[in-house]
Design a protein around this ligand. Sequence first.
Ligand SMILES: Nc1nc(O)c(N)c(N[C@@H]2O[C@H](COP(=O)(O)O)[C@@H](O)[C@H]2O)n1
Ligand SMILES: [Zn+2]
Length: 370
Amino acid sequence: MSWSQDDFQHMRRAIELARRGRFSTRPNPAVGCVIVRDGRVVGEGFHPKAGEPHAEVFALRAAGELARGATAYVTLEPCSHYGRTPPCAEALIRAGVGRVVAAMVDPNPQVAGRGLSMLREAGIEVASGLLEGDALAINPGFIKRMSEGRPFIRIKLAASVDGRTALANGHSKWITGPQARQDVQRMRLAHGAIITGADSVLADDPAMNVRPEQLPASLTLPDTWSQPLRVVVDGRARLAPPLRLTAIESPVLLASTRAYGCDWPDWVESWQGPSRCDKLDLHALVAELAERQINTVMVEAGASLAGAFLSAGLWDELILYQAPKMMGSDGRGVVNLPELAEMTQVPEFQFKDVRRVGADLRLTLVRAES
Ligand SMILES: Nc1nc(O)c(N)c(N[C@@H]2O[C@H](COP(=O)(O)O)[C@@H](O)[C@H]2O)n1
Ligand SMILES: [Zn+2]
């Protein structure tokens, strides 16, 4: 498929529009649409929130009669099904567009190519795959859940340059600087759930929420944003109020293998899952989160739980903030892994991105290519 300079320009704009919804559309994907007639943009739209119209509908409304014979650039294949809203493919056909360019096929099994087929069958010229990599990068969680049935899991770690997270006596505040901590706030916003462990809650009494006043000033929060679900892996149900985490009125899920002997506020739900090797089965927890339509999960946990997610293969991206400090070999390590006897057993990663955040480094690692 060959694309013109104009095609690239309009799809780039559609991607920019899609990104406006990235903090508010979950469980839906963030999608953008641009309608162009005779080289002139006649309509633009993005999906702001699940339950509200899709990007194509906003763009068609803006274009009105000018949509007839126009080209619609959409970052995701137009939908073909009745979900919370009617099919966009039908709306595009009714509006009489002449050409539809999609960046990628919708991995939702209810759509999966049917939207593009409907358009083709109606005589519309259809092309797909323009700036696909950029479109894939907007919705990693939606794509993961639709194609593999589990959320995209990001493990966040913070350590000194010698890989320590705390002194031997447990003191750990603060390893990274204020800009790295602000970066974590921004990252939390993009996740449907944040997971931590009971040990971290008992040691640090964290709130685990997004604090808008701590977000970068350059970031405009849409009115429709929501707090991520805060999840605590508390296998033996050791937690009890009062906790900062449960005092803040936004959803918390306490995941354990047994019942609690105490009462929690209405916004705190306890969920009992199966155990595996005497611990809460993390596969079952992740499946439960997918069932609850959580697309992206950030694990912000201590060395044991982070290591357990890694060892179980339940991860897609590792974010490691490294502070220019040394805490010495008596300090605590960043992840616990089972004892390894051979170098061939050492888990290998590859760097996807390395950048400075204030005084610290932020390393993004993914699985090594085999
Ligand atoms: N092409 C397209 N544009 C949008 O703006 C969208 N939000 C979607 N989403 C697809 O439709 C499903 C959600 O449908 P409802 O909002 O429930 O009607 C979502 O799972 C995607 O497959 N697609
Ligand atoms: Zn749609």
